[in-house]
Design a protein around this ligand. Structure first.
Ligand code: ADP
Length: 341
């Protein structure tokens, strides 16, 4: 049996949680209007109605909560909503708001109808979250001044705005916060044909020729996730530029995917390390998330939010009350990958 690391040097990650230095191209590829946002019809249809209704009444839209795995389009959708509402957008994230004053500074600067996008909203401090309640419900900021018996609460009115919260972990959101959102939408993994559409559109935005079979192949390996599809497309484009004439063919795609160690399910070296570790070190499981993350030398949060959801979706692992277990499908896959080496 091969050692867990599969001995190869670590290839670049396709499913990293942070967009990193590729952010600029990401920005070019990000759809700006709802008509270009592919798939997720269960969200788009009600959104079209809500946006039209709010515009007709000349009111901001009710607050929107978007939840789903990384790279499925929460940030994109938040910007699209602002754009469709002809509204300005201010972007922040739960961990970036350290003090009540940070939130107060942001919300007091919002203009009527603006969108405030808070990414990773499950990571807001409790005290800040409590200030957000009145801001969301009454468009007011309650600020406590003074201490002890002379403390008073000052209420400062705010312009009506729309809060769009995004989270990968709905279960970590408190009920009072959740209840203050008028719309709660779950972003699903994408259908293969939707990912193909995204790849074709982005190839044309990047001015790259791509054969149909190549688009299908990249879509199959993209973990049903647009961000991964974009990354793969860019890496295969590099490969096609260097090893060919820039045209992405099926052969070039196959070779490029091989170089990136992406297997036929779209799993990368870290996914396979997770599966091999459960099989070899923990006898197939169950193993707790903590222990597993330490054994594969990854952050627990990365394993849980970046890798595990797709492995669960593929039916390669199961969550049990005693921890994670691999399924027969994972055993077969790892065996096949090892015999192919
Ligand atoms: P999240 O905020 O959920 O992590 P993003 O909104 O940053 O995901 O999406 C990552 C990238 O994937 C975007 O820059 C965009 O190019 C692409 N993308 C996401 N959803 C869609 C979609 N429905 N249609 C087309 N491209 C999409």
């Amino acid at each position: 049996m091969l050692p867990l690391s599969e001995q190869a040097p670590e290839p670049p990650r396709m499913v990293d949680p942070a967009p990193g230095e590729e952010q600029k191209i990401e920005h070019t590829l990000r759809p700006k209007i709802l008509a270009h946002f592919v798939g997720q019809a269960h969200i788009k249809e009600p959104l079209i109605i809500s946006i039209a209704a709010a515009k007709k009444r000349n009111e901001p839209m009710e607050h929107v909560l978007l939840y789903g795995n990384p790279g499925l389009g929460k940030t994109t959708l938040a910007h699209i909503i602002a754009h469709e509402m002809d509204a300005g957008v201010t972007v922040t994230a739960g961990p970036a708001l350290e003090r009540v004053g940070d939130l107060a500074a942001i919300v007091s600067n919002l203009k009527r109808g603006d969108v405030l996008f808070i990414d990773e909203i499950h990571r807001l401090h409790k005290t800040i979250e409590e200030v957000l309640y009145a801001a969301m419900e009454d468009y007011a900021l309650d600020i406590v001044v003074g201490k002890g018996p002379s403390a008073r609460t000052l209420r400062m009115p705010l312009e009506p705005f729309t809060l769009i919260g995004a989270t990968t972990k709905l279960n970590l959101l408190s009920n009072p916060l959740r209840d203050r959102f008028g719309h709660v939408y779950h972003l699903n993994f994408y259908e293969p044909q939707d990912i193909e559409t995204i790849i074709r559109r982005n190839a044309s935005l990047l001015n790259v020729m791509i054969d149909d079979a190549a688009a299908v192949l990249i879509a199959e390996r993209s973990r049903k996730t647009p961000r991964v599809a974009n990354r793969l497309l860019k890496r295969i484009r590099d490969y096609a530029d260097v090893r060919h004439d820039g045209h992405i063919t099926e052969q070039i795609t196959n070779d490029g995917l091989g170089m990136l160690h992406i297997d036929k399910h779209g799993l990368d070296a870290v996914d396979r390390k997770i599966l091999s570790t459960i099989i070899q070190k923990f006898n197939g499981g169950p193993v707790g998330l903590n222990t597993l993350a330490a054994a594969v030398a990854e952050e627990m949060d990365t394993v849980e939010t970046v890798y595990e959801p797709y492995l669960l979706q593929l039916g390669m692992i199961d969550r049990t009350p005693r921890g994670r277990v691999v399924t027969p499908r994972a055993h077969e896959h790892i065996k096949m990958m090892h015999s192919a080496v």
